[in-house]
Design a protein around this ligand. Structure first.
Ligand code: TRP
Ligand code: SF4
Length: 329
């Protein structure tokens, strides 16, 4: 299926939340019927932040796999694998690192942003600087034509393309393919406190939360601060909850809420209940599926093992081709 290959990875940060689902997973699921998809758990990338607690990686990777399968990624349709179990990623990363000028990496906006943003972990490692080089190895090993990612990953993809061109030019062979970024338009989804939904902010609704937890979290969501009292009119556009209505409620209901909120005809409590009902209805099938998946951990491991075996064959062939082009084999 040449020309049809999609590849993407996700760092295992533990249980996935609605932000991860809408930002990536949903998009992946929609692609599995039409493309030759390879999706992997980027656990080596996670070591850039988890190097002090690496024992968490295995647990987190398993949780991510359970979330993938319960949400509808189908191992019959796509290849699911674990990055660290394919040593070709590490080897190609090393080879590529020899030809990537450090200033290219220092220019990467994520590199700078994370240094400023992350205060509790020392992000000045050699490995973190080389994050996009490892990501390039991930992509080229599978000769991916397109890489579905969020907009934040676009600079990484651009860098990958530069590295690929440099490699192909140096060794006079088009071993690697320059992939297209397939940008998913991620709806704005904030956490319950109004900040970006993130596990580390403790404000996320997880795919694995119980019905009770979800209702409780929705009930605790920040709303338009102008509505201090029930009689104060509000504005859904200024409300942290409303973006979720845009995803989970019908257009009709959204219209009703807009007008009722602006005229103080609905209380935030009722508005939240409506959201909780719609959210739960949409999540229910996956919650059922999760019970089945989580009850059979051996099957989850077997899916990853089989996917990894299949992926490794592809990775091995590409690495061989690269080393042959370089005449180092
Ligand atoms: N950097 C990506 C993220 O944090 C994860 C990732 C690693 C990736 N390797 C990749 C995504 C290769 C696409 C292709 O979201
Ligand atoms: Fe937000 Fe709904 Fe309250 Fe309006 S009524 S402020 S949309 S929660």
């Amino acid at each position: 299926m040449a020309g049809n290959r999609i590849l993407s990875g996700m760092q295992p940060s533990g249980q996935l939340h609605l932000g991860n689902y809408h930002g990536a997973l949903k998009n992946w699921i929609s692609m599995q019927d039409s493309f030759d998809c390879f999706f992997f758990i980027a656990d080596l990338h996670s070591l850039t932040t988890l190097y002090e607690d690496p024992q968490l990686l295995k647990k987190y990777s398993f949780e991510v796999a359970v979330d993938w399968l319960s949400s509808g990624l189908d191992p019959e349709k796509c290849t699911l694998f674990v990055q660290s179990e394919i040593p070709e990623h590490a080897e190609l990363h090393l080879i590529l690192s020899m030809m990537v000028p450090v200033p290219w990496l220092e220019r990467n906006p994520t590199y700078k942003e994370k240094q400023d943003e992350v205060k509790n972990i020392d992000m000045s490692s050699y490995g973190f600087l080389g994050y996009p080089v490892l990501q390039t190895a991930d992509i080229v090993l599978y000769k991916a034509n397109a890489v579905p990612v969020g907009i934040d990953q676009v600079p990484h993809l651009e860098l990958s393309r530069e590295i690929i061109r440099r490699f192909n030019k140096l060794y006079k062979k088009k071993v690697f393919i320059e992939p297209e970024a397939k940008i998913s338009d991620v709806p704005k989804l904030n956490g319950i406190d109004g900040r970006k939904m993130s596990k580390s902010y403790n404000n996320a609704i997880f795919l694995s939360d119980s019905e009770k937890d979800i209702t409780k979290k929705v009930k605790g969501m920040l709303t338009d601060p102008a509505r201090g009292r029930r009689i104060d009119p509000g504005d859904p556009e200024a409300c942290n909850l409303f973006p979720m209505h845009k995803i989970y409620s019908t257009v009709k209901m959204q219209g009703e809420i807009i007008s009722a909120c602006k005229n103080a005809e609905i209380g935030c409590g009722d508005c939240k209940q409506k959201l909780a009902d719609n959210l739960l209805e949409s999540m229910l099938p996956n919650m059922e599926k999760r019970k089945e998946v989580a009850a059979k951990p051996k099957e989850v491991y077997e899916i990853l093992r089989a996917g990894t075996e299949k992926a490794r064959k592809v990775a091995r062939a590409t690495l061989l081709e690269a080393k042959t082009a370089m005449k180092i084999i």
